[in-house]
Design a protein around this ligand. Structure first.
Ligand code: HEM
Length: 549
């Protein structure tokens, strides 16, 4: 013991040399070792390679396509958006089987949502006097008002938990009920007629139009039909208001998501704002809001109370005639649920309906716009569809899908050739094994649907438009699940079957009623940060057919 004490004394005080220097040297060596360890672990020894994944969809698609052609696209990779992402826990899956297995797991079916996300939303609601708005419209004794804001994770947010499953179940129940009563077909038919009316009015102009706005309106109207049972005329001032809210949301939604991500990712939590007399705490969210104040984020945050107020007014109206035994539309179903489940607060309910408007609009409008472009380039395909629809109608005036194999093949091929979106971000809620690889807890995962649909292993000559790609030797249409534009698994697109119905109805009426000609633009992809969509210089002419089918 004495020996040890002596040795320590010698080491610290008696020998030559500067102790601080030595401690410093050890610390630096340890630091270098740690950095080298992290770099090597995340590069050379990481089981998943990094790969470029540009932000804008035009660049992104180019990179993915090239890699698929060269056979160099990894089945899973970590995107290098910027150098630091080598160390991030972000993954992109490009292989269909891996994606299917991953997204069928509950632990891989969450969205990003956290206490900080909730705070961002709460702060926004506070700034907008949201509670006062709801109070001024809804009745004082309204159960919805008593429930408060409710669960802040709407239909496209939050964990894959009991509440999320309930929302999905209620949506699908409503759909089934409406299909059973033939209501859904009526709603879509009414919108289809409106779409054709406007294509004729505006699209016959020889200089052509970008038809997106008309398709967007068609989709907005279907959502209004489902949610509230209202079929608007596209020029109705109430309808124009909704279309305006939807537009404002699109201008700002990416900024809002960016703000939530910054809030979630950065360590900064509360700042102290000093003003002359007192110290006031401001949250990180308020701080970013000040930075973003004059940007499109403002459009988003300003549109939110307006859009929600609109929903509150309809709620108040609809409650007067609500029959709990006989829900007429989605809003009725949700109001009945809110009367027994306090998680359904006024924010949850309005946000769910607004999310459906948003999710349904841009996606479907651009899918239809790609279809119109493809058809414009292939007049012979238009004619073949036209003839098929004509004879299908002769058999049965209601268009029975089974009688239209070629049409269905073309519709599916256009969706395959022109995928609109990748999946939203999925978040792992625990370490999860998928085909031998462990996605760590909290990792974020995107499924590249474009990669699956353009992989030559899944679809030979994937860049070619092959109209009868999905017709078998007996002339029957055969669906292929690898055309997976609605994603796969537990968190796939909730509106998939509705979108397919709308796409069929709008697409077939377009060909039955018009010859489509391209006047300007091409198939180039816009430099959009979220969706893979045509550029806005496209112009198409819709010439009314003389012998309508
Ligand atoms: C052609 C049209 C559409 C396409 C290509 C499309 C595609 C997608 C995709 C790729 C996702 C992400 C799935 C994932 O992260 O795994 C999604 C989610 C979603 N879609 Fe669609 N969609 C379309 C139309 C619609 C329609 C018409 C509605 C509703 C009326 C809708 C409602 C939603 C909702 C609510 C989500 C979020 C689901 C969740 O987080 O649980 N979509 N959609």
């Amino acid at each position: 013991m004495d020996n040890l004490r002596e040795q320590l004394h010698y080491f610290l005080f008696d020998r030559d040399g500067d102790l601080l220097y030595e401690i410093g040297a050890v610390a630096v060596a340890y630091g270098i070792y740690k950095i080298a360890y992290i770099i090597l672990k995340n590069t050379v020894f990481h089981p998943i390679p990094t790969f470029p994944y540009p932000q804008t969809r035009d660049e992104n698609f180019k990179v993915i396509k090239n890699a698929l052609e060269e056979g160099t696209l990894p089945k899973i990779f970590r995107p290098h958006f910027f150098p630091g992402s080598t160390f991030s826990n972000f993954y992109v899956i490009t292989d269909f089987e891996i994606m299917k297995e991953a997204f069928s797991k509950r632990s891989m079916s969450n969205r990003q949502f956290s206490e900080r996300f909730e705070c961002t939303i709460k702060n926004m609601l506070r700034r907008k006097d949201y509670h006062e708005i709801a109070k001024s419209i809804l009745d004082e004794n309204d159960q919805l008002l008593k429930n408060g804001v409710g669960n802040l994770a709407g239909i496209a947010e939050g964990r894959y938990d009991q509440f999320h499953k309930k929302i999905r179940a209620q949506w699908h129940d409503t759909m089934k009920r409406l299909v059973g009563k033939n209501k859904l077909a009526e709603i879509i038919q009414a919108s289809t007629e409106n779409v054709c009316l406007h294509l004729e009015r505006l699209g016959s102009d020889p200089s052509g139009i970008d038809p997106r706005r008309i398709f967007m309106n068609g989709s907005i109207n279907v959502t209004s039909g489902l949610a509230f049972g209202i079929n608007y005329d596209f020029e109705d001032p109430e309808f124009l208001k909704i279309a305006d809210y939807v537009d404002s949301f699109f201008v700002g939604v990416l900024h809002f998501i960016l703000k939530c991500i910054c809030n979630n990712a950065l360590p900064l939590w509360t700042l102290i704002k000093k003003n002359h007399e007192n110290h006031e705490k401001i949250s990180q969210s308020d701080f970013y809001n000040k930075l973003w104040l004059k940007t499109p984020l403002k459009h988003f945050e300003d549109a939110l109370p307006l859009f929600h107020s609109y929903v509150f007014k309809i709620i108040k109206e609809q409650q007067k005639t609500l029959d709990p035994a006989n829900p007429r539309n989605l809003l009725d179903t949700l109001l009945i649920e809110a009367s027994r489940d306090p998680e359904w607060g006024y924010f949850t309910l309005a946000a769910t309906i607004v999310a459906l408007y948003l999710a349904a609009t841009d996606t479907l409008a651009n899918t239809l716009t790609w279809l119109s472009l493809v058809l414009a380039d292939h007049p012979e395909v238009q004619e073949k569809i036209y003839e098929e629809l004509k004879s299908a109608r002769e058999k049965d005036n209601d268009l029975i899908k089974e009688n239209c194999p070629f049409t269905r093949s073309v519709l599916l091929e256009s969706r395959r050739l022109n995928p609109i979106a990748e999946t939203l971000v999925h978040v792992a809620s625990e370490d999860t094994q998928v085909k031998g690889f462990t996605f760590p807890n909290n990792s974020q995962i995107i499924g590249s649907l474009a990669a699956v649909m353009h992989d030559p292993k899944n679809f030979p000559e994937p860049s070619k438009f092959i109209p009868d790609r999905f017709i078998d030797e007996n002339g029957e249409f055969v669906n292929d699940p690898k055309v997976c534009g609605f994603s796969v698994g537990l968190r796939n697109c909730i509106g998939k079957s509705l979108a397919i119905e709308e796409y069929f109805a709008f697409g077939t009426s377009m060909v039955e009623n018009f010859e489509i000609k391209r006047i300007a633009g091409n198939m180039d992809i816009a430099d959009h940060p979220g969706l893979r969509i045509p550029k806005d210089d496209i112009r198409l002419q819709f010439i009314r057919r003389k012998n309508k089918a």
